[in-house]
Ligand binder design. Sequence first.
Ligand code: ZN
Length: 327
Amino acid sequence: MKKILIFVVLGFIVSACQNDQPKKEKPNETEKPTVEAPKFNAENAFKHIEKQLSFGPRVPGTKAHDSCATWLETQFRSFGAEVIVQKAALQGASKAYEIKNIIAVYNPAATKRVLLCAHWDSREMADQDSERKNEPIPGADDGGSGVGVLLEIARILNENKLKNLGVDIVLFDAEDQGLSDNGKRDSWCLGAQHWSKNPHVPNYKANFGILLDMVGARNAKFPKEGLSIKHASFYVERIWKTAWALGYSDFFVNTEENQIVDDHLYINEIRKIPTVDIIHLSPDSPTGFGAHWHTHKDNIDIIGKNTLLAVGQTVVQVLYEEDMPQQ
Ligand SMILES: [Zn+2]
C-alpha cells in the first residue's frame, strides 16, 4: 500500500497535537485467553517470505510473478486447501495488468466464515527511494509478510481442523501498482476491487475479514486504522484485546490512525464484509509508513520474527475462539 485518505497535511497536524492529548489507557494484558489455540511458527512464516523473494519482485506480467503464483497454489494444496485461481485483465493507472487472485478454501460447507487476506504482488517501482526509482522493490514486508503469515496459518488449519468455522484465505494481486495522485484512488487494489465485485462464490459472505499488510517489520506498530474503525470497530476491539491478552501490546498499540486506501476499503464498501486492516503505520514519518516503504530497503533484513509471531498468533487465536460454539 498505498495512500493516506486524509491528506498528509492533516496527518501532520494530528500528530503534532498528539503530545497534548491525555495518554491512552494501558492495554490490559492480565485477561488471559480462554481457548488454547495451536502454536504459530514464525520460523515457517519467515522462510515463506524468503522463498517469495527468491523468485524476484512479483510484478504482474513477469516470470517471477508467474513462478510465485504456481508456488503459492502448490503450497496451499499441500496444506489441504481447495484452491481457486481467479484471473482477469484489469486496467491500472497507465496500463492493464493480467492478475491472479489466489484463493484457499477451508471447510467450504460451513456457513460461519472468516476471510483472511493479503496482497501478494510487489510494487514495480521504488518511487519512495532516492535511487533506482524505476526498478521494482523486493517487497519483503509489503506483500511478502502478509503472505508468509497466511501460509503458516494454512498449515495450522490443515493440522488442527476447525469444527464449525470455514476460512477463506484470499491473496489479492495488483494491490501495489497504483499512483498517489489525486483522483487515482482506484489505481490501487485492482485484485481486491475485482474480487469484491466478482467473489469466488456467488453472493459470498463472511462474518468478518482480516487483512494483513506490512506485518513483518522489526518493531512494527499496528495502531487501529481509521477505515477499520469506521466499518468494523467491533472486530478491531476484539483483535486488539486478543493481542493484548497474548502479551503483544508492544505491537498492537492502543492508538487510532488515519484511514488508509487498502484492499479492505473495497471489501467493506462493495462486499459489505466488516474487514479490519492490520497494517504497520508510522504516524510521525513523512509518508505515514515505515522508512522502508516503497524503497529497495524493503528486503529480508527488515523482517523480525517476533512481529510475525505477534500477528500470526493473534489471528490464530481469533480463529480458534470463533470456532467455539456460542455460549
Ligand atoms: Zn505498498
